[in-house]
Design a protein around this ligand. Sequence first.
Ligand code: MN
Length: 269
Amino acid sequence: MKLGAGLTPGNTTCAGRPTKPMPLEEYRAKRRFENTPEPAPSEAESKSAARVGYFCVQRHDATRLHYDFRLEVGGVLKSWAIPKGPTLDPTVKHLAAHVEDHPLDYGGFEGNIPAGNYGAGSVMLWDRGTFELLGEAPAEEQLARGDFKFRLHGEKLNGDFALVRMKGRGKGNEWLLIKKRDQYAAPGWDVEAQATSMLSGRTQEEIARNLPAHKPKRKSAGAADRTWESDRPAKTKRASKTAVAPAAPAGETSAAPRAKKKRSSISPA
Ligand code: MN
């Protein structure tokens, strides 16, 4: 995968990402890349920046259990609520209700929305990673015409997908999430078979009860691991793990503070 300019190592959470091209120009201007091991933004990366973004899926035990599917486009998280959740099964199409944009910082959120508030219930950070836009048209254009194609690089979700708006139905906010046939497609794949947080390892019940995070699983450099994300540079993955793996303390309701800390750590100049 060609990482975009905003997705250099140690900069893979949405909260820590620059949302405009300008910060990278500043980043570049401050450095002599022949004298620092820091990565230089390449021309190709600069051009592809808008075609790569953060994505996450939050398992949300609200009035009705659903999965919130979010993709970073234009500095916000475009969001769909999917009652049956995303799937790697290319033979089923799951209804995805287009809902309001969420701020980028929301993409790191796991915790409990207190009773009486909108969306009250526990929120699990079920998956996250990056997506690449497929097709020629810019993201906004694909969204406007109701046919959005992308490739996910997540912990649980990988491969090519499409979000397609259903025509002439209901309120006009009904889309379908469709898995394309590729090496990641898995007929019969069960979203509920992996109902633990990729952030804290907790189940929905453990999140709801504010129980502490499980110790982050250290991934061995085994063959399975290498195969698993063979298209992602090892450096990026390690940086990402270091940044996001620390266990959330009990009762923590948002990853925002960590994200803020990280922001300062990625602009060391
Ligand atoms: Mn929700």
